[in-house]
Design a protein around this ligand. Structure first.
Ligand code: RFL
Ligand code: PHB
Length: 401
């Protein structure tokens, strides 16, 4: 027996994009069904982003899931850059007229969104297999999948492809309709999570002769550290001791003295990539978040971009259902891409500034050091990095009408 379901919006993927869209649509009175390939626990087990921009904080509040974030998240008004053996602070708050970021893990954001969805009794099909999207070039798109051995057909008005970089939605678009831009970096990030107090009360981005490092955190008692590693490195070759030893070598004396080490709770290697899909709308299929674009994590933009795509998409759908206007839908792709390319540019630039590239000679290290010196000692330079890091406003460079 197959099951037929009807909804207004079929959302593919229960990562932060899909869950946030589901919650924003629910608040607007639009019904949606989420279809996810893996289990909820598996989604929560993925350790990823940690820094939320003000725009994302506001969206989580709008979605009604901000209470725990405001209670447990850490507000940061600056971060340190370490190069040439010395640390320099970027005073984001002072430079941007009072803007901050919030340190609150993607796992926690996802948790809060899942709880809100369950509390509202909204339908999510976890562990759905063979998910397929069809007929999105008509006004009656369909999603089919198998759930607990049963074939399910979801009829809908729109499909939101929130299914990440390896999802089925982007892959279902005819090749002639889509253009992809990609840059793969010649190194990865080895991440380690530990229940140890952070080395510093703000983040430290490190440019060292041994490669990039990042000292981040999840709370006053939980740290997240990253090391630039060659793509040929294998996770099993990195013991916890080897990680801590290499991190120490990339830090300054003060941080080295403060560093508290401990057993890893999680360790993983992530490749670094810049990737953008144009356009992001194909008839009644919309791509959002990592399904449409990837940034290297240096600028902490991935999750934040996903949140703003979803905001634009929600606005467009509300406009469609409440005002019968297709203007928002028609401009979705251009509006998202204008913002995405700026974050892509910043993430690529910050990655280039902070990492050692295998083919670069010693002159590049000197260029980097000169640029870092310029950024730190020039108001314009520091302001540029600060305003990009805290996140450009939602309507930045929107054409005026
Ligand atoms: P996600 O989080 O990948 O969620 C997509 C969801 O879709 C599901 N899915 C499917 N569901 C149904 N049918 C299918 N055929 C499906 N195929 C896939 C997946 O199981 C998944 O649950 O995308 P979303 O929601 O757009 O969220 C984007 C963010 O997760 C992402 O931008 C950030 O995590 C990126 N990112 C980081 N961003 C930061 O800002 N700071 C970081 O430190 C940071 N670290 C990372 C990261 C991304 C990583 N990935 C993707 C490899 C570290 C890693 C390892
Ligand atoms: C993290 O805490 O995981 C994190 C923070 C800042 C970044 C990247 C990752 O730029």
């Amino acid at each position: 027996m197959s099951l037929s379901i009807r909804t207004q919006v079929a959302i593919i993927g229960a990562g932060p994009s899909g869950l946030l869209l589901g919650q924003l649509l629910h608040k607007a009175g639009i019904d949606a069904v989420i279809v996810e390939r893996v289990s909820g626990d598996y989604v929560l087990g993925r350790i990823r982003a940690g820094v939320l921009e003000q725009v994302t904080i506001d969206l989580l509040d709008e979605a009604g899931v901000g209470t725990r974030m405001h209670r447990e998240g850490l507000v940061h008004g600056g971060f340190d850059m370490l190069y040439g053996g010395k640390r320099h602070r970027i005073d984001m708050n002072g430079l941007t007229g009072g803007k901050n970021v919030m340190v609150y893990g993607q796992t926690e954001v996802t948790h809060d969104l899942m709880d809100a969805r369950a509390f509202a009794g909204l339908p999510t099909y976890y562990e759905a297999s063979d998910v397929q999207v069809a007929d999105f070039d008509t006004t009656h798109p369909r999603v089919t999948f198998t759930h607990q051995g049963q074939a399910v057909t979801l009829s809908c008005d729109f499909i939101a492809g929130c299914d990440g970089f390896h999802g089925v939605c982007r892959a279902s678009v005819p090749r002639k309709s889509i253009q992809e831009f990609e840059k793969v970096y010649p190194f990865g990030w080895l991440g380690l999570l530990s229940d140890t107090p952070p080395v510093h009360d703000e983040l430290i981005y490190v440019n060292s002769p041994r490669g990039f490092a990042l000292c981040s955190q999840r709370s006053k008692t939980r740290s997240r550290y990253y090391l630039q590693v060659p793509l040929t490195d294998r996770l099993q070759d990195w013991t916890d001791d080897a990680f801590w030893q290499e991190l120490r070598l990339r830090l300054d004396d003060d941080a080295r003295a403060q560093l508290v080490t401990g057993p890893s709770l999680e360790k993983s290697i992530a490749p670094l990539r810049s990737f953008v899909t144009e356009p992001m709308r194909f008839g009644r299929l919309f791509l959002a978040g990592d399904a449409a674009h990837i940034v290297p994590p240096t600028g902490a933009k991935g999750l934040n971009l996903a949140a703003t795509d979803v905001k634009y998409l929600c606005n467009a759908l509300v406009d469609f259902y409440q005002n019968r206007s297709e203007e928002g839908i028609d401009s979705y792709s251009a509006r998202c891409l204008r913002r995405i390319w700026k974050a892509e540019r910043f993430s690529w630039w910050f990655t280039s500034l902070m990492h050692r590239f295998p083919d670069d000679g010693p002159i590049t290290a000197r260029f980097q050091e000169a640029e870092l010196d310029y950024l730190i000692h020039s108001h314009a330079g520091s302001l540029s990095i600060a305003e990009n890091y805290v996140g450009l406003p939602l309507d930045f460079a929107e054409p005026t009408r």
